[in-house]
Design a protein around this ligand. Sequence first.
Ligand SMILES: [Zn+2]
Length: 384
Amino acid sequence: MHPLSPLLNAFDWQPRTRVIFGPDTLEQVGVLARDLGGCRALLVTDAGIVAAGHAGRACGFIAAAGLQVEVDDEVRENPTTRDVSRCVEIARQGNIDLIIGLGGGSSMDTAKACNFILTNGGEMKDYWGVGKATKAMLPLIAIPTTAGTGSECQSAALIADETTHQKMACLDPKAAARVAILDPLLTLSQPARVTAFTGIDALAHALETAATRKRTALSAAFSGEAFSLCFTSLLRVLDAPDDLDARARMQLGAAFAGAAIENSMLGAAHSAANPLTAHHGVVHGQAVGLMLPGVMRFNAGLPETAAQYTDLAASVGLGSVKELIARVEEVVAHAGLRAPLSSFGVTREAIPGLAEEAARQWTATFNPRTIAAGDFARIYEEAL
Ligand SMILES: [Zn+2]
């Protein structure tokens, strides 16, 4: 044994995703698909992206490169096994050999999930966990239109069971996109609420990944850059949604935070947020934004984590952890997402149940400071 300090956790990093960034890079999608050997592509997207014109443009570029293209444009928010089944059906009928996910996390996750079932058979729950797929998957191109989940830089598909609503995280290196196209022009069409929800989520990904038990020197590099990009541009995209520079910074921040998650997982703000989404319908980004300050205050009780927060604060010119947490609260408020949990119907009596569920979340195990149901209950009470 040669124990090193936690900051020197061992890692094994092989970039699986070619990342192409810049305005108008969507135009490359057809040629990239052809270069990956595709003849018949499936474009997985949603109605909003069709209405914004992005899906039609993508289909045009794909067809111009000589590929046939099938489209599934019915992906819903928080996609379930029903979305995956529909997508797989379209893929089978079209005998497709390449998949493109165009949209927010929901479209990219559905595209990944479709790839699991199409190539490895069975059902989504067979792949719940890490590395359960045995056969190779089809090449996937991920094209985010929001700056939030960072799914384009991750090998996980997050799919809920249609009947139980249990969210299943299916991780497999083979599911990672072969190419991610980051075209900031695509993010200009986000409705204001989506910008707020996804932007807060990206900021939370940067802050949570920076401190997890699994963090490495590599994930820290992604987390640090993601934090500074998101922190310095989130207010700007909220106030000036057409500022392409700010949009591009958010898009990079979200993608880098996604790469950080791939290497260091998430923490207790996500554990606390998930039961709020499942039982009270709080949108993921808002739930995370409401829980993050309390979780950061709790984590800052650990000197090592306080030191990391201090470094992050200093990187954006803030003097203390207290100031950093206060600014996070201000950003959530400025995004119009600050609200007491009681306004979502959360009662004092409901807290023990929520807290138990939060403590059972996978992400809680990666939180830097050991966190139990009683700690979650106090964090919920503070936010009630
Ligand atoms: Zn998140």
